[in-house]
Design a protein around this ligand. Structure first.
Ligand code: 13P
Length: 251
């Protein structure tokens, strides 16, 4: 049985002071819940405040990106050791907003994922098709390319620490969620790819999150699908009660 993992991707929201307030509300809203892994991914600048506010809590801390080098002349980037020192456990890699607006490619996603693993972080590798790709019947081809290239070179223990997030781009921030069946179909396809890359045992243990307009009203249905092992939540993760309701939908 895979333990579900629900993570909040705060995107470019919350100052350090605001993060402290939201973390306190989350701790209260999630009190007593221990059957689901929970993480929050604030902006880099709010990570120290969030780490402080999370002290003693089981909620994990994640970053929204990570560079592939450990240090050096890479203006504007953040390296894995910098995150580790703050107590960060997860790093989102290859979010569609980074692919769409910041030139992220499958090759850079792969470098970031490998660097995260090498530093002891758990990468949350995002994949997903655009609406044009879905309508052109390219969903599976796109997912196969993103998964194979994004995870190239992973081996051994890497597979046991990896998390994948299937986020159909057309469902992100649009209020338009994939149906339970559409999401399950994509997740099952991704798990099939993982079987060929990592072997059946490891593939059976890798958690695949769904992301894209997940809300309290649709979370339980999505999280009940056999290959949906959690959620990566954008907008609804900024409201403690909504995020907690989603987490409870997976409990
Ligand atoms: P929304 O939940 O706002 O659709 O965002 C999903 C997402 O991109 C999480 O990474």
């Amino acid at each position: 049985m895979r333990r579900k993992i629900v993570a909040g991707n705060w995107k470019m929201n919350k100052t350090p002071a605001e993060a402290t307030v939201l973390v306190a509300a989350l701790r209260e809203a999630l009190d007593g819940l221990s059957s689901v892994d929970v993480a929050i991914c604030p902006p880099f600048t709010a990570l120290p405040a969030a780490a402080e506010a999370l002290r003693g809590s089981a909620i994990g801390l994640g970053a929204q990106n990570v560079h592939w080098e450990a240090a050096g002349a890479f203006t504007g980037e953040i390296a894995a050791p910098m995150l580790v020192e703050l107590g960060v456990r997860y790093a989102i890699v290859g979010h569609s907003e980074r692919r769409q607006f910041f030139g992220e490619t499958d090759a850079t996603v792969n470098r970031r994922a490998r660097a995260a693993l090498g530093a002891g972080l758990i990468p949350i590798v995002c994949v997903g098709e655009t609406i044009q790709e879905r309508e052109a019947d390219q969903t599976r081809a796109v997912l196969e390319r993103q998964v194979r290239a994004g995870l190239e070179g992973l081996s051994g223990d890497d597979w046991d620490r990896l998390v994948i997030a299937y986020e159909p781009v057309w469902a992100i921030g649009t209020g338009r969620t994939a149906s339970d069946a559409q999401a399950q179909d994509a997740h099952a396809f991704i798990r099939g790819l993982l079987r060929s890359l990592a072997g059946p045992d490891a593939a059976g243990r890798i958690r695949i999150q769904y992301g894209g307009s997940m809300k309290p009203g649709n979370a339980a249905g999505l999280l009940a699908q056999p290959d949906i092992d959690g959620g990566l939540i954008g907008g609804a993760s900024l409201a403690a009660d909504d995020f907690a309701a989603i987490v409870r939908g997976g409990a």
